[in-house]
Design a protein around this ligand. Sequence first.
Ligand SMILES: [Zn+2]
Length: 195
Amino acid sequence: MRQVKALGYSPDDVRHLLLTHLDRDHAGGIPDFPNARVHVHRRELDMAVLHRIPAPKGRYVRDQWKHGPEWALYGEGGEDWFGFKGVRALGDREPDILMIPLPGHTLGHCGIAVRTKDKWLLHAGDAYFFHGQLHAKPKMPLVLGMFQRRADMDRTLRIENQERLRTLKAAHSDAVTIFNSHDPVDYEHCRCGQH
Ligand SMILES: [Zn+2]
């Protein structure tokens, strides 16, 4: 919320929240914007909110959506985006924001692609945890690797999608900047505008 204010907006101006998934460290800001529509993959809602799919115990915090936000739901399919499939997030009026399923870390995990003036940004959420994982020869600190494995809901899919992101980065780094949720190196790289 402080970052929204720093950009000169009121929290009431925020009408849409696009979430990669509903883990507690990604959904904690939902109640700050109680009137915003919350966009997530359907499978994430089924697990975290509706309990139609069993979720690992303690993984989701129900209080983060107890005010009953309006949900906007996504499935598979959509249009081609650099070999991925993405669904336009905000309807035809704004075709430059796509929700792209990247399951593995959670079953409904998505990346969010945003077209900027000269390049696409892909917020890959927790699809990978460390910038070195997208290098041609992937690198991962040991303990972080253990943490990543413990958080996997579907390891095969997580590894597959990481491989796809690695391929995307190798082939299209001139057109797409990929970053994840937690890596300070990725963050600094984007913040300084050195896409
Ligand atoms: Zn997560």
